[in-house]
Structures are given as C-alpha cells and as structure tokens.
Write a protein that binds this ligand. Sequence first.
Ligand code: BES
Ligand code: MN
Ligand code: MN
Length: 458
Amino acid sequence: MEQTLDFVKKNENRFLEELFELLRIPSVSADSKYKPEVARAAEFIRTSLQHAGADNVEICPTAGHPIVYGEKIIDPKLKTVIVYGHYDVQPADPVNLWTTPPFEPTLRDGKIYARGSCDDKGQVFMHIKAFESMMKTNSLPCNVRFMIEGEEEVGSSNLGAWVKENKHRLKGDVILISDTSIIANDVPSIEAGLRGLSYVEVEVTGPNRDLHSGVYGGAVGNPIQVLCQMITSMKDENNHITIPGFYEDVIELSKDERAELNKTPYNEAEYKKDLGVNELAGERGYTTLERTGIRPTLELNGIWGGYTGEGSKTVLPSQAFAKISMRLVPNQSSEKITKLFEDHFAKLAPKSVRVKVRPHHGGEPVVTPTDSVAFKAASMAMETTFGKKPIPTRGGGSIPIVALFEKELGLKSVLMGFGLDSDLIHSPNEHYGVFNFMKGIETIPLFFRNFANLSAGK
Ligand code: BES
Ligand code: MN
Ligand code: MN
C-alpha cells in the first residue's frame, strides 16, 4: 500500500495534466452538436483505461452516447468491484458567467475550474488513476470492471438496456461510485441514499394564435396566468405539495432517525450567506437537512411563454410552458408520481385552456446499506485518509441508474464521492479541489484492499 501511495504522490502533476486534457473535451450530452466531442471523451476514457492496464476495453455503442467498458480479472475466485461513473457533462451555459472558459481548465487557489471537473470527469479519473497506481505497483487485490457512461446527465436512457444485455460482463459484488459529495474537506461523509426523480414538461394552450392584448385581453384566458395559477396551487401555505396521493408512499422517519440525521454538521447562517438569501423556504415542520434529504419536493426548472424580447409587445400569448421536477424519497415510485401529476394537472386546468404533460426521464430513489462489507471498506478507507470516520448522510441529488443496478444486477452501490456541495456542479465556475482529487486517488486503493480483506474474513 505504501508503494501505491508513493506512486500516487510522485505522479500528481501528470495525473492533473491528463485530467486537464479530458476536461478540454466539451462532452455535453444534452446538445447534439457536441456528439463528436462526446465520442472523443469516450475515446479518451478508453485510452486511459488501456494505458492504466485494463483488459478487454471497449467502446460500446448505444442508441445514444457510448458506454466505455474495461476490466481486470486477476482471479475469478476473488471479489469483483464494478466502478460506475459518467464522462458526459452538463451544458456550460450561461458561458459569460464563467471567470475562465468552461472547457479551458484553469488552476486557481488549489481548485480546478472547468465544466465536469467535479461532476463527474474529475471523480471518474480518480478511479482510473487509482487503478493505474495499483496496477503499476502490483497491488490490485481483487477484480475490477469499469462501466463509464456518456448519458447520465440526460437520464441514462440507454444504459438500462445495455446492462440487461451485458449481465455476463457485469458479474460482481458491489458497485462503487464517486459522483456525490462530502460535507466538508475536514468532515468526510458517505451518502447512504439518493432521491429519485420525476421530470415533466407542461404545455398550456389558450387561443389558437397570439392575440392583441388590448383587442382581446380581459375576455380570453391567458395561458401564462393560468399556468402560474395552476403551479401556485400545487403547494399550500406550508409548502406542502397538494397533488392528491403525492405523499402516500413516503416512509416517515422515526423521531430517533430524524434526530440522528439532524446531527449532521450544518450551519444555517453560513448556508444562507453562501446563497445570498435572507431566509430559507421549504416544507413546514422539517429542517433543511430533512428537506433536502428525506422529503420529496416539487421544483420549477424553467417557465416561458409570450414575449420576452427587447422592449414591449402587447400580446396575449397562445401558449405557456414549464419544466417541473419532483424529487422522490424511498418507497415513492417515479412512474406513479408522474401519473399522479398528469392526472392532477389535467384536473386543475380551467376550461379556457387545453393542457399537455410530457414526461421526461425519471428515476427511483435508493437507500444504500451502511452495514455492508463494502460500506465498511469505504468508511475505513476514508477514516484512514481523512483521519476522521465519515458520517453517513442522505443526498438530495439523483443518480437514477443506481436503483436499476439493484433491480437488474442485484447489486448494491457504495456512494464514495469526494465533491463538495459548494463545487458549483451544473453551474458556472464548476470546480474541484486538487485536495479532493488527490484524496480520492489515495482513498480508492484503500477501499479495494479493505474490501478484499474484509470479504476474505481478514
Ligand atoms: N452527480 C449528480 C448527482 C448528485 C450530485 C448526487 C450531488 C449527489 C450530490 C448527477 O450527475 C446529476 O446531476 N443527476 C441529476 C439527475 C439526472 C437524471 C439528470 C440530478 O440530480 O439532477
Ligand atoms: Mn454526476
Ligand atoms: Mn450532474
């Protein structure tokens, strides 16, 4: 192990240079104009895995962006860790808010600024470099398979089919994922759950064309106003969601479980200051940690319609639109919630308009065990490298494919992420600390060793 860590330290500069190369590729999965770049990022991952010493490395085409697979089976009798991550990134807009261009990685104050630096190229690359370090020092203690996809940020729509067709290649004992955050660099944590997601786009149509707001205004229902009223009515004065049946399947945590969760370090004053808000807002009766960890939500992601250009245009628009996401907690089903939303939205609509709901991607919530061998291996590894035992937390984000791995492969995941909530993932000026990147590369080999040892009863 000493040798491996030595190798990691000696190669820090090269690891960073290589990561920068990967970060220069604008692999934005949402935008078809970047398709060749997404393919180039897949090539880069393939080459990196090959150089690191993986066998049978392959770029597997899908109906969307490809999946990169690679493996090192040192002994079929030993345990196998499946590493999952994604090389695609969110769009960089609004680009003018970046201090340095999103695809020209820049080191400032010990942080790597670039789209994807934290989510998830930087964290995927930690795994490749940790693997390389184990290979180069002859210390890989068990088998490993890599499955790095290019469509996580757009809902992993083709990964499910690929997993079903490639079960023979995905024989393993645990899935290891670094795509989440820790509480702080001196407060390590491991997310032991992720929220699910229902994502819909709604369309409200009034008159069959845009109208003069003076000639017709006052007599015809305005789709923007109607949409706003419909949306407003979906939460009551306690910020409780009013869709009938929405909370039906939610498992309420016991008093003790809630008390335990609320022990997680959290400073409300700092939280507000960081966000530039004077007051927080959320479901009444729950703390911020609960609101983002164990409670379902409904959020507007975008809303548009009518005239939004320069100056003024007196128009009563024909249509209005919104994108709405609902985060789900254990036992809620994405399909059921989407259906409840569709029914409710149709019922809410006054007769002056017609409405459509288009479901987008969804995903199921997950809770991961904290008493498994793999979780212990991760916890011990982080305790060694951070000098403190990591706290299990509940993450607010979603990685929909985790539930699918459980269903299709019968495998649980360990969410050993190294990002910070303040890394601005999905926002302008996304960054990742060199500290976090290196900490990850040092911790991963320890996870492998602990997992191999604990599995063998050592
Ligand atoms: N890595 C994130 C999820 C995440 C971030 C989990 C921080 C925990 C802490 C992932 O890439 C992501 O952004 N997921 C999307 C869902 C996806 C279907 C677009 C999300 O959570 O919005
Ligand atoms: Mn991610
Ligand atoms: Mn993301």
